[in-house]
Design a protein. Structure first.
Length: 140
């Protein structure tokens, strides 16, 4: 597990990227409409992904918020919110696929529906690429 702000490199088949979790807030977006589930509140993580090089078969990668989640001490996992409000932390990280070209970064806040009064223990990045490890940043 890594500290917030620790860059985690990715290197596969010539594609080199970096990802990082820079900050965490809970509760957040107090003036936004409340989450739909009882006993929940908004939490958010400031994340960054940069593409440094691309493999020979591609020109870019796609990024979105689906690989990111919050993990709690009891094993509960919170997925990114499927809704967005103007009161959420900005700029927001892409909800849907966004193209990331070599030499560019995308940074933004991902908002989650989180259990009220329970602070997550980590922010997790779990790639859809099966050979890649899961990366966790500790929330202290």
């Amino acid at each position: 597990m890594f500290k917030l702000g620790t860059v985690q490199p990715f290197n596969r088949d010539g594609t080199k990227a970096r990802r990082n979790v820079l900050a965490y807030r809970q509760p957040t977006a107090a003036s936004a409409p409340r989450p739909g589930s009882p006993g929940t509140e908004w939490a958010s993580a400031d994340v960054l992904v940069c593409l440094d090089a691309i493999g020979p078969d591609d020109d870019y990668i796609y990024v979105n918020r689906s690989p990111w989640s919050l993990v709690y001490a009891d094993g509960t996992v919170a997925a990114p919110s499927s809704v967005t409000y103007q009161q959420f932390d900005a700029p927001e990280y892409p909800i849907t696929d966004r193209t990331l070209k070599v030499g560019r970064c995308i940074r933004g806040w991902i908002t989650f529906t989180a259990p009220a009064g329970q602070r997550a223990t980590m922010v997790e990045y779990q790639s859809v690429i099966k050979r890649e490890a899961v990366f966790d940043w500790a929330i202290v």
